[in-house]
Design a protein around this ligand. Structure first.
Ligand code: TLP
Length: 343
C-alpha cells in the first residue's frame, strides 16, 4: 500500500525540526501574554503580514469567526463569496455566534469584481434592510480550485469595499500559497485587508494553529473573542515553536506542492473520462470531474489501493498536495487512478 493522502494539506505531518523545537520551546501562559515562544511567533507573523499585531488561534475557522466578530455587530450583514469557506464550511458560525447574516455573492472563479462588491452593499437609508458592515475575501480560493486572486483584482475589490465604508477580512488560510504563486510577499496580499487569518496547519505543516492579524486594537478585541470562544490556550508555545519553523523554512517549499499539483492535474486530464480545468490549477489543489463514474465509487476504489481523497460533489473530487508528497507519489497516484478508471 503506497499510503498517499490527498484528502487535504491539513494531513501534513510536522517536520523533524518542528518536533524538536516543540520539545525544547520556552513556555509560559499565553492567556496572560507570558509565553515567550508564542510572543515571538506573533511578532514574526504580524511582520510577515505587515500588520501591527497578531494572536494565535486554534483554527482557521475560529480566526475567520473572530475576523467577522471584530468588524460587525449583531443584526448586521457580511458579504462573502457564495463558495467561500466562511459561507460554506463554517457551520453558520457568523449567524450562530455573532448574529450576523452572510450575503453570498456568486462569482465566476472566486474573484469578486468591484461592481459585485458595490452591488451587494445595502442602501443605508432603507430601514427595512440590514447594515452591511464588512466583507470577506478568500485567497487562495479553496472551492474555486485553489485559484489565486491577481493582486490588482484584490486591491480593486478591497478599495471598492473600503469606499463603501466596509471593513475587509481576508481568509488567507493559504495566503502563502498565493504569495508563492504570485512571487510577492504575503504582506502585499494582506495589505488589501484590515484583518487577516492564515493557517499554520495546512501547507506549512504545523500540527495545529492559525494566526489572526490586524491593528493592535483589532487584536486586543480578537483576544477577548478568542477567550469567549474558549480558544485561549495556555502553554501554546509548544505549537508556536512549530509555527516559527513553518514561517522560516516551509514557505518556499510550497512551490514543490504547486509543481506536484500541476503534474497531477496534467496526468489526470489525459485519463479517459476525466475533466480537469488546468487553468484553475494554480497552487496545491486539484479539482476534477468524472464523466463515467460516481465520485464516491472512485474515491472508495482508490482508497482500497492506498490513495486517499475526498469527493466534493457527485462527480467531482479534490486532490491536495502537501509536505510529505513527492514526485514519485504523484506518479503512483496517477497509476492508481488509471487502474480504477479502466477497471
Ligand atoms: N479547509 C479544509 C476543509 O474545511 C474544507 C480543507 O481541507 O481545505 N479557510 C479556508 C480557505 C480553508 O480551506 C479552511 C480549511 C479554513 C478556512 C478553516 O481552517 P481550519 O480547518 O483550521 O478550521
Amino acid at each position: 500500500m503506497p499510503g498517499i493522502d490527498f484528502r487535504s494539506d491539513t494531513v501534513a505531518m510536522p517536520s523533524p525540526e518542528m518536533r524538536q523545537a516543540m520539545v525544547t520551546a520556552p513556555l509560559g501562559d499565553d492567556v496572560f501574554g507570558d509565553d515567550p515562544t508564542t510572543n515571538r511567533l506573533m511578532e514574526v507573523a504580524a511582520g510577515r503580514m505587515g500588520k501591527e499585531a497578531a494572536t494565535f488561534v486554534p483554527s482557521g475557522t475560529m480566526g475567520n469567526l473572530i475576523g467577522i466578530a471584530v468588524s460587525t455587530q449583531s443584526g448586521q450583514e457580511l458579504i462573502a463569496d457564495a463558495d467561500s469557506h466562511a459561507f460554506y464550511y463554517e457551520t453558520a458560525g457568523a449567524a450562530a455566534v455573532c448574529g450576523v447574516q452572510i450575503r453570498p455573492v456568486a462569482t465566476e472563479a472566486g474573484v469578486m469584481s468591484p461592481e459585485q462588491v458595490v452591488g451587494a452593499v445595502r442602501p443605508r437609508d432603507d430601514p427595512h434592510q440590514p447594515i452591511t458592515a464588512a466583507i470577506t475575501f478568500e485567497n487562495t480560493h479553496n472551492r474555486h480550485g485553489g485559484i489565486v486572486w491577481p493582486l490588482d483584482a484584490l486591491r480593486a475589490a478591497s478599495d471598492a469595499a473600503h469606499e463603501q465604508g466596509l471593513r475587509v477580512h481576508l481568509d488567507g488560510a493559504r495566503i502563502f500559497n498565493a504569495a508563492v504563486a504570485l512571487g510577492v510577499d504575503a504582506s502585499d496580499i494582506a495589505d488589501c485587508a484590515d484583518t487577516v487569518t492564515f493557517c499554520l496547519s495546512k501547507g506549512l505543516a504545523c500540527p495545529v494553529g492559525s494566526i489572526f492579524c490586524g491593528s493592535a486594537e483589532d487584536v486586543e478585541e480578537a483576544r477577548r473573542w478568542r477567550k469567549r470562544l474558549g480558544g485561549g490556550m495556555r502553554q501554546v508555545g509548544v505549537l508556536a515553536a512549530a509555527g516559527l519553523i513553518a514561517l522560516e523554512k516551509m514557505v518556499d517549499r510550497l512551490a514543490d506542492d504547486h509543481a506536484n499539483a500541476r503534474t497531477l492535474a496534467e496526468g489526470l486530464a489525459e485519463l479517459p473520462g476525466v475533466r480537469c480545468d488546468l487553468n484553475r490549477v494554480q497552487t496545491n489543489l486539484v479539482y476534477f470531474d468524472l464523466e463515467k463514474m460516481p465520485a464516491g465509487a472512485f474515491v472508495d476504489e482508490c482508497t482500497k489501493r492506498g490513495l486517499l481523497s475526498d469527493s466534493t460533489g457527485l462527480r467531482s473530487i479534490r486532490f491536495v498536495t502537501h509536505y510529505g508528497i513527492d514526485a514519485e507519489d504523484v506518479q503512483s497516484a496517477l497509476k492508481i487512478c488509471e487502474e480504477v478508471l479502466n477497471a
